[in-house]
Design a protein around this ligand. Structure first.
Ligand code: ADP
Ligand code: MG
Length: 249
């Protein structure tokens, strides 16, 4: 039984069957990549996991509980966090202030500091945010304006804003899209660090095969809204159906 169990999920937009019959099982503390051509339904699937879309059919279970019918906020409270394709940060605030915002708004949705449990006062919160920045090697940039950061650092900051909420499942939709090679490598290193330092499960949608093969424990190939194959990176590389349908060979 995986921490995330997707069974028979289908989603239609008007006449278009974006997802057919998706089954996916993501094991705890692994990195599971979802690859597939443009329009395969990858983002639609992710949207169904975070409550942004409601599937027409099937079930989505996280840690034994159904996520269907819950709001994005409730799903976030269950321990699922998502990194957006474009970093969603507050450009006019400092790096540190950005990381403190999700501390205020943690799990129970309350903005009252004393409701935070482990984080009981402002100084604790500051310490927690600084520790987080240190974990992602951004402490020396704590007082810079977030808007002045490089694309790679913005991504790093956004990751810190997700991780400070202590999610159990992190969903990433093309985290290196549009990045220069140096920032992409930076992101790979960061995700590898996160994977070793924390008890966390990651589900990553990614076009860049270098990123996929550097990080993934399992890979699902999605084509036309249906999983084509799921296997280890090694087996996926050599799979004739995958080479034909996805790698264009
Ligand atoms: P991917 O992320 O794999 O590139 P998407 O999940 O974004 O694919 O899209 C799958 C298909 O569903 C595409 O044909 C896309 O045009 C369509 N689609 C996605 N979102 C919507 C929407 N909100 N309304 C209508 N069609 C959509
Ligand atoms: Mg997409």
């Amino acid at each position: 039984m995986g921490i995330l169990e997707v069974k028979g999920v289908g989603k239609r937009f008007g006449g278009l069957q974006a997802l057919g019959d998706v089954n996916l099982s993501v094991q705890e503390n692994t990195v599971h990549a979802i690859i597939g051509p443009n329009g395969a339904g990858k983002s639609t699937l992710l949207n169904c996991l975070v409550g942004k879309l409601i599937p027409d059919t099937g079930s989505v279970m996280f840690d034994g509980q159904s996520v269907l019918g819950r709001s994005p906020h409730e799903i976030n409270q269950m321990g699922i966090s998502r990194v957006f394709q474009t970093p969603e940060i507050f450009t006019d605030l400092t790096v540190l202030e950005n990381v403190m915002i999700p501390c205020f708004a943690r799990r129970d949705g309350s903005f009252r500091m004393h409701a935070l449990g482990a984080v009981s006062n402002e100084r604790d919160m500051l310490e927690k945010a600084e520790k987080m920045l240190s974990d992602v090697n951004m402490l020396e940039k704590a007082h810079l304006h977030a808007g002045s950061l490089s694309r790679g650092d913005k991504r790093r900051l956004e990751m810190a804003m997700c991780l400070v909420q202590e999610p159990r499942l992190l969903l990433l939709d093309e985290p290196t899209a549009g990045m220069a090679r140096a920032d992409t490598n930076n992101t790979i290193d960061l995700l590898k660090e996160i994977k070793t330092k924390r008890d966390i499960t990651m589900c990553i949608i990614e076009h860049d095969m270098h990123v996929v093969f550097s990080l993934a424990d399992r890979i699902t190939v999605l084509a036309q809204g249906t999983p084509l194959v799921e296997d280890t990176p090694q087996n996926i590389k050599g799979h004739p159906k995958v080479r034909e349908a996805y790698l264009g060979e």
